[in-house]
Unconditional design. Structure first.
Length: 319
């Protein structure tokens, strides 16, 4: 683990923090409010198998304190009464070096109490913990189950998002629509050479029904992928595509990509839980079909919250 590069990234983030803190008053964009917050996760991981357990973390039988360790900084700047600018910077391992990248960077305009719009780089809003996936303290695991969360390499979208909150009796219905473009994350599965996967015409919808004791979510994303791959094994790892016919380099255009999610969480007394099921389909010529599911149960014992998670992933086809 290259600690020098980690501390270099941390130093750059602290320098940015100091610069942001020195901004005051109306001299810069007439800022009326500037909020700076941060988080850090220091994680060690090991498995009892040489084969990597998680595509995103690459956990194997050698203990590693770098794959999941990260530092985050979020800056929220209120430019006007209804206009807020937000950016979230992450220093994490990608895959062997620590790099500083903008995970979120968008402007949000709130029309009224029930509707708003975002423009910029936005998190893909399809999972139960999509909007705070990097902040480990907000969920019981060290990281969300890879059997589900590892199936969507499209982490963010460069585009616009419209959100609406509709009160329904004693509950709320949250509706989201996203459109834009993106680049898929191939850094952790590249075997050799260069791989570039662009997601064009990304369209996503998400609905969340929220009550006092439970939340139900359904999400759907569809896109067209343009793929250039000089190592076919990269695509085989990313999409579990099996043996691809043809030779490298491979160029595929307008490949159909679909992703469907169903999820819920619940709380009854000392017992709480969460479950999600996802299905992913990639069209011809890759023709890969996969699903993943998990169930997490948790029991509150004062300050302690022991929990257990059952998860499964497979590439059995679905119709």
């Amino acid at each position: 683990m290259d600690m020098k590069k980690l501390w270099s990234a941390i130093g750059g983030m602290l320098l940015l923090l100091a610069s942001a803190s020195s901004v005051s008053g109306p001299s810069v964009l007439a800022l009326s409010e500037l909020k700076i917050s941060g988080f850090m996760s220091a994680v060690g991981s090991i498995s009892n198998n040489e084969t990597s357990y998680s595509r995103t973390a690459q956990i194997n039988d050698e203990i590693d304190f770098g794959r999941e360790t990260m530092l985050g900084l979020q800056i929220d700047a209120k430019l006007m009464d209804k206009l807020i600018f937000t950016t979230q910077l992450l220093a994490d391992r990608d895959p062997d070096n620590y790099s500083l990248q903008a995970d979120w960077i968008f402007a949000k305009y709130t029309f009224n109490q029930v509707s708003s719009i975002k423009a910029g780089r936005i998190r893909s809003p399809v999972f139960m913990v999509s909007e705070f996936i990097e902040v480990g303290i907000t969920y019981p695991w060290v990281r969300p189950p890879a059997e589900v969360y590892g199936l969507l390499p499209l982490n963010s979208v460069n585009g616009v998002e419209f959100r609406m909150n509709v009160p329904v009796l004693d509950s709320n219905l949250y509706l989201q629509g996203v459109m834009g473009n993106s680049e898929l994350d191939t850094s952790l599965v590249s075997i050799s050479g260069k791989s570039r996967i662009s997601a064009n015409k990304v369209l996503g919808v998400n609905a969340l029904w929220s009550t006092d004791n439970h939340n139900f979510r359904i999400g759907y994303i569809i896109s067209r992928l343009d793929i250039f791959d000089t190592a076919l094994a990269t695509l085989q790892n990313l999409f579990a595509a099996g043996d691809l016919s043809g030779t490298a380099p491979l160029l595929i255009e307008a490949l159909r990509f679909e992703f469907i999610t169903l999820g819920m969480d619940f709380s009854f007394g000392n017992i709480s839980g969460m479950l999600e099921h996802v299905r992913r389909k990639v069209g011809e010529p890759i023709n890969a079909k996969q699903y993943g599911s998990y169930l997490m149960l948790q029991y509150a014992l004062g300050k302690y919250h022991p929990h257990i998670t059952f998860a499964i992933a497979d590439s059995i086809g679905f119709s």
